[in-house]
Ligand binder design. Structure first.
Ligand SMILES: [Zn+2]
Length: 289
């Protein structure tokens, strides 16, 4: 719930993610909620989502997936209240084994130091109080999610180092907190159970059937912050509809949408990565507390 001791108007939040749609399907509720409270919300998107499978009805009318998905991201960003988008202009690497893995601009093929230096420059420029990125397994083991997570962890240190020279010569800056967003495991387990019950294979989930949900249930992360985004759930839905080429509208209606409705699960979960917590205390309800 809203924390009265925090002056949100003076706060800045920056999410560092990989593809257009990560901002909505992963932590869109959180971004919209803080934007509504007056927080200055920034999004760093490392690629333009070049490899995302485009729904057939869009294929004939568009030339490039990157162009369409950039537009979809601008639409979602406006709905969610994201103040500024920063693109790193790497290329979507696709899932493991895809040809796009080997493209010279593929995000997952870049040296982590190179990407980290760019993120560190943006940290100094934007000066966020709170930094958000993926968990160490990139949510569902997407190579780009893992790559940008590693770069962001390195960037946090780099931005604060006096010896690091960024491209604009900005002074060192240290965000107060870094959080990893991760999929709530109890929700994940329910999904696996329902998929099995309905005769679907939890090893092959998602529109491209390339997500192994079973392999995610083995890994767990401590919940340090749980954000209840019910006040902005309609905004999140509207933002999902912006990502039409990625089946965004159906996402609201599909199994995930149904389960969210059934379990009233309008929350997003985060692990605090910096400063590191020694024990796992009771979770908080606010990223800025
Ligand atoms: Zn992604």
């Amino acid at each position: 719930m809203m924390n009265n001791t925090v002056d949100y108007q003076n706060k800045t939040l920056m999410a560092v993610l990989a593809h257009p749609d990560d901002e909505t399907f992963g932590l869109g509720g959180t971004l919209a909620l803080y934007a509504q409270r007056g927080v200055d919300v920034h999004l760093v998107c490392a690629t333009r989502g070049e490899v995302g499978e485009i729904d057939p009805e869009y294929k004939e009318t568009i030339k490039s997936a990157a162009c369409l998905r950039t537009q979809e991201l601008r639409c979602a960003a406006e709905v969610l209240g994201i103040n500024k988008l920063h693109f790193l202009n790497y290329r979507d690497s696709g899932m493991p084994g895809a040809e796009a893995n080997h493209h010279p601009k593929a995000l997952a093929a870049q040296p982590v130091e190179k990407v980290a230096a760019e993120v560190a420059h943006l940290i100094r420029k934007v000066q966020p109080d709170v930094l958000l990125t993926f968990d160490p397994i990139g949510g569902y083991r997407h190579p780009d999610h893992i790559a940008i997570q590693r770069a962001t962890v390195q960037a946090l240190e780099l931005a604060a180092e006096k010896s690091f020279q960024d491209s604009e010569g900005l002074p060192p800056y240290q965000p107060q907190r870094l959080y990893f967003h991760f999929m709530d495991r109890s929700f994940l387990k329910i999904m696996v159970w329902v998929l099995r019950l309905t005769g679907k294979d939890p090893h092959r989930w998602g529109r491209n059937e390339d997500i192994d949900l079973m392999a995610l249930t083995d890994v767990d992360f401590p919940t340090h912050v749980k954000i209840d985004y019910r006040p902005v759930k309609d905004l999140r839905k509207k933002a999902a509809a912006c990502h039409a080429s990625q089946g965004g509208a159906q996402m609201n209606k599909g199994l995930r949408g149904f389960l969210t409705w059934l379990f009233g699960g309008h929350h997003e979960t985060f692990m605090q990565a910096y400063p590191e917590l020694e024990k796992d205390p009771r979770y908080k309800r606010d990223l800025f507390e």
